[in-house]
Design a protein around this ligand. Structure first.
Ligand SMILES: *Cc1c(COP(=O)(O)O)cnc(C)c1O
Length: 340
């Protein structure tokens, strides 16, 4: 049995999804003539209560487009030190938009409104970069799948309004947050100027992200996506997978969350585990007491038993539950862990 827990991106399309893909009607999306893409974009825009949405090949391109929309070269954006836009998009913020990042030392990838306000450079002090954007991530990836307190997001929104800053949400795993907290997409649509959501993480699509915002923003985003090389042609086959996932794979995320908690509970009982970070969604980050068990050896031993997970650096390890992590695999994995 191959139990792959390195990420929720390792899933393969289900038979139902494949069927939806194979029977999709397609056209040339660069001419906006792909009915399946148009339907997906309209669906996502409606879910968030916004005017428009745009389909992208990746979450990185969606975020990079949003950063470009909200900034001018030389500007600075504010984000947590754990942010994906800063750590994992290949330096795209500086490469694509010519902006720097002011990093906030938050908690598990989440900042407070006070921290955000303190990070803003005075706009008339022309020696400093001009602050123009705040980027939020929910759930936080490097923060171990933690979900924001919605009240804090509202307080940060007030800071953005007061200082005339753009407000972007990297919602690659927003679906997990919505399911875990019983929140709605519309709540988020009301708060943020732009939101990016991934279809290729917990929702199990082979590819795809969507950017949501006002008609004016999305109109501009269309040009930026083209510049970044993200104009796609008969891509309805992939959009159809997205529509299928939105209809069938959101509520079931709760199962991934339950499994994650069960894994975490068991890890806590193992003598060589030093710390398990609180588990809110489908990500488990934990640390090994290296004096009792070398973490590389632990990963290696699990590997030999058919279980794959990855290190996050600094002795931290990560497990991510997902659509293709079945009940049978879960039982087998818990047994393997117990025997270690
Ligand atoms: C995965 C992810 C993205 C997008 O990644 P791609 O691999 O480019 O699709 C963006 N933000 C977060 C928090 C992510 O976890």
């Amino acid at each position: 049995m191959d139990i792959n827990l390195i990420s929720d991106t390792v899933t393969k399309p289900t038979p139902g999804m494949l069927n939806a893909m194979m029977s999709a009607e397609v056209g040339d999306d660069v001419f906006k003539e792909d009915p399946s893409v148009n339907a997906l974009e309209q669906k996502v825009a409606e879910m968030f209560g916004r005017e428009a949405a745009l389909f992208f090949p990746s979450g990185s391109m969606t975020n990079q487009t949003a950063i470009k929309l909200h900034t001018n070269p030389g500007d600075q954006l504010i984000c947590d030190k754990y942010a994906h836009v800063y750590n994992y998009e290949g330096g795209g913020a500086s490469f694509n938009s010519g902006v720097s990042c002011k990093l906030v030392d938050g908690h598990r990838g989440m900042m407070t409104a006070e921290q955000v306000e303190a990070a803003i450079n005075p706009p008339d002090f022309y020696h400093s970069p001009f602050t123009s954007l705040v980027c939020i991530e929910n759930t936080t990836n490097k923060g171990g799948g933690a979900g924001w307190d919605f009240e804090e997001l509202k307080r940060i929104k007030a800071v953005c309004e007061k200082h005339n800053l753009g407000y972007h949400l990297d919602g690659a795993r927003l679906w997990n947050a919505l399911v875990a907290k019983g929140e709605t997409p519309k709540q988020y649509g009301e708060l943020f100027d732009t939101i990016s959501v991934c279809l290729s993480k917990g929702l199990g699509c082979p590819i795809g992200s969507v950017l949501v915002g006002s008609a004016e923003m999305i109109d501009k985003a269309l040009r930026i996506r083209k510049i970044l090389g993200g104009g796609m042609r008969q891509v309805g086959y992939l959009a159809a997978a997205g529509t299928y996932a939105l209809d069938n794979h959101i509520e079931r995320l709760a199962e991934d969350h339950e499994k994650a908690i069960e894994i975490g509970d068991l890890l806590k009982k193992l003598p060589f585990i030093k710390k398990v970070e609180p588990i809110e969604t489908n990500i488990i980050i934990f640390e090994i007491d290296e004096s009792l068990y070398d973490s590389d050896e632990f990963v290696q031993n699990l590997n030999e038993k058919g279980v794959r997970l990855i290190g996050m650096g600094q002795g931290k390890l990560r497990i991510v539950t997902h659509l293709d992590y079945t009940d049978t695999m879960h039982e087998a994995f818990l047994e393997i862990l117990e025997e270690m």
